[in-house]
Design a protein around this ligand. Structure first.
Ligand SMILES: Cc1cc2nc3c(=O)[nH]c(=O)nc-3n(C[C@H](O)[C@H](O)[C@H](O)COP(=O)(O)O)c2cc1C
Ligand SMILES: CCCCC(=O)C(=O)O
Length: 389
């Protein structure tokens, strides 16, 4: 019998016969609660927090909850294959880990631990520009796994050029360009604590080790760390970019380019016109625009507009296997997971991240099977009922 992601639950029960229970909860809500008790107030506020009154983050969850799965019966789901084709690559399941900057604030093993966990499970990890570990070190921890790099497309072209060159040399093949954060959103939980991880310099190691970034500093980083942090804050984003500027990135990157943070179908069409390969329908986990459309409400409109021209990915609010199923039904090819794996890392390092991935995919596999599907490819909008509340 083929091995299935769902087998993880039997592994847990079998371990229980010798008295072992999982070190971390298998329910994402309880995982978050545990993280709330273990992370310090600054890191917790930064990771769990969102923009303004938090309404976008709540809307992300509500938009997924409102859609209900309508399971089908007697469809032979004994043998299942969760793999999907994404940007010409075969992924073992429709999942990647979202780029999350500065994660050394939750665990000292930081990005290399996430990279090893993702590689062990065969799931791509999108490494953030704002990595607290230089990208070359993280790439080394990725082994044979797919290497995806997220670019903060900032003001200094030389830094952008340098990042793209370093990423290529380090074996990254897919470029994910984040469009929704040219400026940091208004985040009251961070403001009230006057806490921003970048200010302690840890979060910015990927920049601080960059030759083009260092060339812009009057003094070496260790002599004037405050000036280096200010320099980073001044250049990581560029709110003056417009669609024609994408030509620069297309010129300097050979592999697939995916634009992250697209919500409007017209923007998705512009992405296709600009020669991009994909979009991530995302509102950055509700961290940028309070009051914005829920990502799951934007998804079907974007998929209808460009699903035949671009690879449509999705993030913002995915917590459970059912959420993954719903995202596919709404038109996504695969999803990115954000905060939950950060909690897994914070609570238990690399094994914590692997635990989160295995729980999510076990639940997704079971949801798929118990809803009448042996593969993600057959999931469509017909599998969903939209509840009125
Ligand atoms: C602490 C934190 C840091 C993040 N840093 C980045 C980043 O450096 N680059 C980026 O493109 N997105 C970043 N994001 C957004 C995630 O990639 C993703 O869009 C979001 O977390 C998805 O929502 P979810 O947390 O509800 O799964 C960050 C999110 C969090 C929670
Ligand atoms: C300056 C990098 C911002 C990191 C980020 O994307 C976030 O905190 O959501």
């Amino acid at each position: 019998m083929a091995k299935h992601w769902a087998d993880f639950q039997y592994e847990i029960y079998l371990n229980g016969m010798s008295g072992a229970v999982p070190r971390l909860p298998t329910d994402p809500t309880r995982l978050e609660e545990m993280a709330e008790h273990r992370l310090g107030p600054g890191p917790l506020g930064y990771v769990a927090g969102s923009a303004g009154d938090g309404s976008t983050a709540r809307a992300n969850r509500a938009a997924l909850a409102r859609r209900r799965i309508v399971p089908r019966m007697l469809r032979n789901v004994q043998e299942r294959d969760l793999s999907v084709q994404v940007l010409g690559r075969a992924l073992p399941a429709p999942l990647a880990l979202a780029p999350v900057g500065t994660i050394s604030i939750v665990h000292p093993d930081a990005e290399p631990a996430v990279a090893r966990a993702a590689a062990a499970q065969g799931v791509p990890y999108v490494l953030s520009s704002a990595s607290s570990t230089p990208m070359e070190q993280v790439a080394a921890a990725m082994g044979d796994a797919e290497r995806w790099f997220q670019l903060y497309w900032g003001k200094d072209r030389e830094v952008t050029r340098s990042f793209l060159g370093r990423a290529k040399a380090a074996g990254f093949t897919v470029l994910v360009v984040t469009l929704d954060t040219p400026i940091l959103g208004y985040r009251p939980r961070d403001l009230d604590q006057a806490y921003l991880p970048f200010l302690n310099g840890v979060g910015t190691a990927n920049y601080f080790t960059d030759p083009a970034f260092r060339a812009g500093l009057a003094k070496p980083v260790h002599e004037d760390p405050k000036a280096a942090v200010l320099h980073f804050l001044g250049l990581f984003g560029d709110a003056s970019h417009t669609w024609p500027d994408l030509a620069f990135l297309r010129e300097h990157w050979d592999g697939p380019i995916v634009l992250k943070g697209v919500l409007h179908p017209a923007d998705a069409r512009l992405a296709a016109d600009a020669g991009m390969d994909g979009v991530v329908v995302s509102n950055h986990g509700g961290r940028q625009v309070a009051g914005s459309v829920a990502a799951a409400d934007a998804l079907p409109r974007v998929a209808a507009a460009v699903g035949d021209r671009l690879t449509v990915l999705f993030d913002s609010g995915v917590r459970t296997g059912a959420d993954v199923f719903k995202a596919l039904a709404l038109g996504a090819r695969a999803v990115l997971l954000g905060r939950p794996y950060v909690y897994g890392l914070g609570l238990d390092g690399q094994p914590g991240v692997e635990h989160v991935i295995r729980c999510l995919l076990a639940e997704f596999d079971l949801t798929l099977a118990l809803s009448g599907h042996a593969t993600p490819a057959t999931v469509t909008a017909d599998d969903l009922h939209e509840a009125s509340v």
